[in-house]
Design a protein around this ligand. Structure first.
Ligand code: URP
Ligand code: ZN
Ligand code: ZN
Length: 462
């Protein structure tokens, strides 16, 4: 048995903050206490540092085949970049190809991740074709593959989008088997109509991406999905929420005692739609769906975090290099949708959230880790620092400043949307299941270190 003792750190969970030593045996935390009288194979002094639970990013797309190309991070490069920044676990989307089974998508995602991911990982299953055959797969997806969360796309018609009937019937099925529905909420028909009109008018630059996808496209779809979830009783989670209008729909649902789980992403808290109006092709760097919104929406999202309407800050990490983005040089609708973020989310949320006084330390942990662990059935194995939990611990130095740059980041992408941002606070050491995975910028584990995490059926009481 190997042992590791972290001395003198300040343990922060979603509810507590206290000075303690943390003793780890093999992969688990086995003791927490003041001045523990134990010896260990290795001791780390964390004086002056916070000990946070390892970050969880519940929305990533490693190697996603999308819009005629592939997201540029592999499970190896993407999860390693996450470890550098403080994220120890991801939940990626195994996306069904229309006409094929969910099982084949899950097998494909295992081929990409197993033996390659450096950090821990789980999958959601994205259902793009729900019919009498694929309906039969649901129990096995949940009980055999350990995937309790399903995703539907209400946009990207012809590739990923399903219609309202499929969405409604899938929700009914999930209620019977213990699944939670997650949704990309944009009205795909409205979006496609706007894109066509813009292209016919000769509007081809990146800015027409946001102009084709106004907030109402998102809020209308969110409201519709929330209503269907209420009607069926299906647990429901909105991915990458961007705007005040969607949060208003969520708030309205609380009046009938419907709980809607809400994710936003770090970019929607920190960047705004002026990015699309920069010179040249710069705006392509943040062509993602839904698009960046207005400053008033950022304020609404921060308020939503404070008011417990938002439960997780993810990334929707889906990087494309600039030569891939150039596929849409003459037509904004061909720019691959997505942007990088996995390495920067944790530190940016601390820097912009905690040090700027927008959120407290416990809320930071809730948003970066615990919230996602609870919703998706990983808690208390992940998402906290407690006896019996996986020893996924971030030793975080709040005094260290650093500057984000594509020159120094570890993500496999040739730009960073936060280039030049100065960040207060840095992940000094990342411990994953009791092993020091990254220390002062040096990776100490490699390809295949990550483990696949099976999750139990959805439990609303966790
Ligand atoms: O633009 C995005 N978000 N790309 C990834 C796919 C998705 O919609 O989540
Ligand atoms: Zn999406
Ligand atoms: Zn996504």
């Amino acid at each position: 048995m190997s042992s590791l003792l972290i001395r003198n750190g300040t343990v922060v969970t979603a509810t507590d903050k206290y000075q303690a030593d943390v003793y780890i045996e093999d992969e688990k935390v086995s003791m927490i206490g003041a001045r523990l009288e134990v010896t260990a194979d290795r001791e780390i002094d964390a004086e002056g540092c916070f000990l946070f639970p390892g970050g969880i990013d519940a929305h990533t797309h490693m190697e996603l085949p999308f819009m005629g190309t592939h997201a540029s991070d592999t499970f190896e490069s993407g999860t390693l970049a996450g470890l550098h920044g403080g994220t120890t676990t991801i939940i990626d989307f195994a996306i069904q190809t229309q006409g094929k089974s969910m099982q084949s998508a899950i097998e494909e995602w295992h081929r990409k991740a197993d033996g390659h991911a450096v950090g821990d990982y789980a999958f959601h299953c994205a259902v793009t074709d729900f019919n009498d055959e694929t309906r039969k797969e649901i129990p096995a997806v949940i009980n055999e593959h350990g995937i309790n969360s399903f995703k539907i796309f209400m946009a990207y018609k012809g590739a990923l989008m399903i219609d309202d009937r499929q969405m409604y019937e899938l929700m009914e099925e999930l209620v019977d088997h213990g699944g939670i529905m997650t949704a990309h909420t944009e009205n795909g028909d409205m979006v496609d109509s706007n894109i066509q009109k813009n292209l016919e008018a000769g509007n081809t630059e990146p800015r027409y991406h946001v102009l084709s996808r106004p907030a109402i496209c998102e809020a209308e779809a969110a409201g519709r999905a929330i209503d269907l979830a209420h009607q069926t009783g299906c647990p429901f989670y909105i991915v990458h929420t961007t705007c005040e209008e969607t949060l208003a729909r969520v708030k309205q649902a609380t009046l009938r005692n419907q709980k809607v789980h809400v994710e936003t992403c770090i970019q929607y808290l920190l960047l705004d739609d002026s990015y699309y109006f920069k010179d040249g092709f710069e705006g392509a760097k943040v062509v993602m769906s839904p698009p960046l919104r207005k400053k008033k929406d950022q304020q609404a999202l921060w308020a939503g975090i404070e008011q417990n309407l938002v439960h997780h800050v993810a990334t929707d990490h889906c990087p494309f290099c600039m030569d891939q983005k150039a596929m849409g040089k003459d037509d904004f609708s061909k720019i691959p949708n997505g942007a990088p973020g996995i390495e920067n989310r944790f530190e940016l949320l601390y820097s912009e959230g905690v040090t700027k006084g927008r959120i407290g330390l416990n809320k930071f942990v809730e948003m970066s880790s615990t919230g996602a662990a609870r919703i998706f059935g990983l808690f208390p194995r992940k998402g906290t620092i407690a006896v019996g939990s996986d020893a996924d611990i971030i030793i975080f130095d709040p005094e260290v400043k650093h500057t984000i740059s594509a020159e120094t980041h570890h993500m496999n992408v040739d730009y960073n949307p936060y280039e030049g941002w100065v960040v207060q606070g840095k992940t000094r050491t990342t411990i994953l299941r009791g092993t020091v995975a990254v220390d002062n910028g040096e990776a100490l584990v490699g390809e295949g270190f990550g483990k696949y995490l099976k999750r139990p059926p959805f439990d609303s009481k966790v």
